[in-house]
Design a protein around this ligand. Structure first.
Ligand code: FMN
Length: 434
């Protein structure tokens, strides 16, 4: 399936909301998308641009699984298989994403959204940045871009990401920023793998697709993507980027960030702009979900792991809930250490038994209330490296305190009960008329 076929199917199933009234890219589209979350919305007439905008496409694991025709509980093995069975996409010489080629680009023609009133500018937040390094090959990841002229943007580059290494090595680098991608490309670009691994090969293992050479560089871009912004990012040319709402739904600070000079814009003739609301459910899904296979793998090397949820309540980044099949008393602690190793930004890990539904916060809290003793079951890692996204971490260094909560029941119960009692399964229909 392609992204367009998926959108068509959503429409046929009456799951796509159409907004036909003219609407502004400044504060209106973002506000409406937030209110309609998690329903997908198509804005047919944007006041400031000829292009329509679509948003809230993949706000839940159910929507992501639906695209691929899999069940939600199959996502972790599905992503794991994609990482393991990478294969390069087929290269073609002509592609829909280059039906229109603009070599005198004007970013003002695009429906780049101004999301929240304190934002530093109009932002691209769904763009997958593709770049090529002579030694490490091609890399794909996300970098939000703040427009500040018709041809320039400030690009947020978190330190030590692969793209940051590319830029520090090369000082200036040609990029292709792709907007309007299928979820195999979105999920792969959000995955952290070893330097030198081309994330598009993971995307191609999840669902095969074609790539075409960009018009102004040798970067290969997905043939079916809606828009490609081509240009060069400079390490030593910077601009004040921000403020901008981040994953935690709080405002990120203003920083000097590298500048992108746009050289060309290519797009499909009837191109559709993908809006991704910062801090909202789709952003959270794309951040947290790709961390689950890496946590699962590490925990499963140590104990029997059953499932992992990097849950929206923990900003889909700072918390992980890990379900294990406990075999020995120290399995909970081992799982905590392994989960920290599987996701270096994870601040709090909760380990539960198989009878706890890790998608139900009330059940996780119930496990904490009935199975956890702070002096015995809490793992504390003081002054550990933390996440740049956590407002409570030390400013600048991001040093934090990592906590692991072993919420599993002891194997030796000393006569106490740790299981919820079952009520009798009475046939309701026998006693209540419809
Ligand atoms: C929607 C979304 C937006 C993101 N925005 C940024 C960003 O602005 N800057 C950044 O450095 N990383 C951002 N990230 C995180 C990186 O894309 C992500 O950590 C990536 O997997 C790291 O890639 P790497 O393993 O190639 O370093 C974002 C991720 C998502 C899913």
């Amino acid at each position: 399936m392609s992204l367009r076929e998926y959108i068509q199917r959503l429409d046929q199933q009456k799951k796509l909301i159409h907004v036909r009234e003219p609407i502004s890219k400044r504060l209106e589209i973002s506000g409406l998308l937030k209110q309609m979350e998690p329903s997908p919305v198509l804005f047919e007439r944007v006041r400031e641009s000829a292009f329509p905008v679509i948003g809230n496409l993949f706000c839940s694991k159910a929507a992501f699984a639906d695209y691929f025709g899999i069940q939600v509980n199959e996502i972790i093995p599905f992503l794991t298989a994609g990482i393991q069975n990478r294969r390069p996409p087929e290269v073609v010489s002509e592609a829909p994403c280059q039906e229109v080629i603009e070599l005198e680009p004007d970013l003002d023609s695009l429906p780049i959204l101004f999301h929240c009133d304190r934002d530093g500018g109009e932002y691209i937040s769904s763009g997958v940045v593709l770049a090529r390094h002579p030694v490490h090959g091609q890399n794909a990841d996300f970098h939000r871009c703040m427009q500040f002229s018709k041809t320039e943007m400030a690009v947020r580059v978190v330190r030590n990401r692969h793209f940051d290494k590319f830029l520090r090595d090369l000082k200036q680098i040609d990029v292709a920023i792709c907007i309007g991608n299928a979820p195999n490309i979105l999920a792969a670009a959000a995955t952290s793998v070893d330097l030198g691994v081309n994330e598009l090969e993971i995307a191609n293992a999840l669902e095969p697709f074609q790539v075409v050479r960009a018009k102004t560089s040798d970067v290969l871009v997905p043939a079916e993507t809606e828009f490609v912004i081509e240009g060069t990012i400079y390490l030593d040319k910077t601009y004040a980027e921000g403020p901008f709402v981040d994953l935690t739904e709080t405002y990120d600070v203003i920083r000097q960030e590298p500048v992108l000079e746009v050289k060309a814009i290519t797009h499909r003739r009837d191109a559709l702009w993908h809006a991704l609301l910062p801090g909202a459910l789709e952003h959270k899904l794309l951040m947290g979900m790709p961390r689950e296979p890496t946590i699962f793998r590490k925990v499963d090397e140590a104990v029997r792991c059953l499932d992992v949820n990097v849950n929206p309540g923990g900003c889909s980044w700072l918390h992980a809930i890990v379900q294990i099949d406990k075999q020995s008393e120290d399995d909970g602690r081992k799982a905590i250490e392994a989960a920290f190793a599987g996701h270096s930004s994870c601040k709090h890990v909760y380990v539960v038994d198989r009878d706890i539904d890790i998608y139900n916060p009330l059940e996780v809290e119930w496990a904490m209330a009935t199975r956890f003793q702070g002096d015995r079951d809490l793992v504390v890692r003081e002054r550990a490296p933390g996440s740049s996204l956590d407002p409570s971490a030390d400013a600048g260094t991001h040093v934090t305190t990592r906590l692991g909560f072993d919420l599993t029941a002891p194997l030796e119960t000393a006569g106490k009960s740790f299981r919820k009692a079952d009520f009798p399964a009475v046939d309701v229909k026998r006693f209540m008329s419809p």
